[in-house]
Design a protein around this ligand. Sequence first.
Ligand code: CTP
Ligand code: CA
Length: 220
Amino acid sequence: LLHTGGDRDLVGKQVLISTGGTREHLDPVRFIGNPATGKMGIALAIAAMDRGAKVTLVHAPITGEIPTGIRAISVVSAAEMRSAMLSSFPEADLIVMAAAVADVKPAEYFPEKLPKKSLPNSLPLVAVPDILAELGQLKQPHQKLIGFAAQTGDIVKPALQKLKEKKLNAIAANPIDLPNVGFGSDCNQAILLDDRGREKIIEPCSKLQLAHYLFDFVNS
Ligand code: CTP
Ligand code: CA
C-alpha cells in the first residue's frame, strides 16, 4: 500500500481545509470544546501543498505550526468557521472538513466573566450549524467535498450515513477509541469511503501519510 506523496496532481487546484476544535463560549473564560489539536488538517494542508495546490486552512484553535505558503484563517466558534468556509468555498476545487466542530453551544453568551457562585446548575444548549451539510447543498459538480467521521465502536456505518446525508464525495472514518491514534496523536488510521461505494482500509500511519492516501483516493 503506497501513497503517491510527491506527485503534483493538484497543480492549479485550490484546496480548502478546516481543522482544529471549535469553541463555544459561555463567557470569556469558559467554553464547550473538544480535544482536537488540528494536526490532521495541518498534515492535509502540507500534503495538498506538496502536490501543487493553493491551500487555504481555516483553523479553530490548534497546537501545531502552520507552514508558510498556506493561507491561514483563524476562527474560534462554529459560526465563525462557517462564514470563513462559505467565503472561500466558491473558488475551491477540493474541500476537506477535518475540523472537530462542537455540535452545541450555550444558549446564552455572557460577555462578562460569571462568578462561579452564579454559574447555573444546568446549561441550556442550542445546536450550531452543520457546516459540512451546508457545503454539501452548495456543492457544484466540479467540486469534491470530503468529510471526516471520528467514531467509537463501529466506524463504517455512521460514516456512510454522514457521506450520504451531507452529500459528500468521500469520507474518512477514523477510530478514536484505539491506542495511539486520533486526537492529538501524530498517527492515525482510517477507512476511506466514497459515493461510488469504494472502501479502502488505511492501516495506522502518520497523519501526513494518511493525508496523501486520502488525496490518492479522491483523485483516483
Ligand atoms: N461537521 C460540520 N459541522 C458541524 C458538525 C460536524 O461541518 N456542526 C463536519 C465535521 O467537520 C466532519 C463531519 O461533519 O467532517 C462529521 O462530523 P461528526 O461529528 O462525525 O458528525 P456529526 O454530523 O456532527 O454527527 P455526530 O456528532 O452525532 O456523530
Ligand atoms: Ca459531531
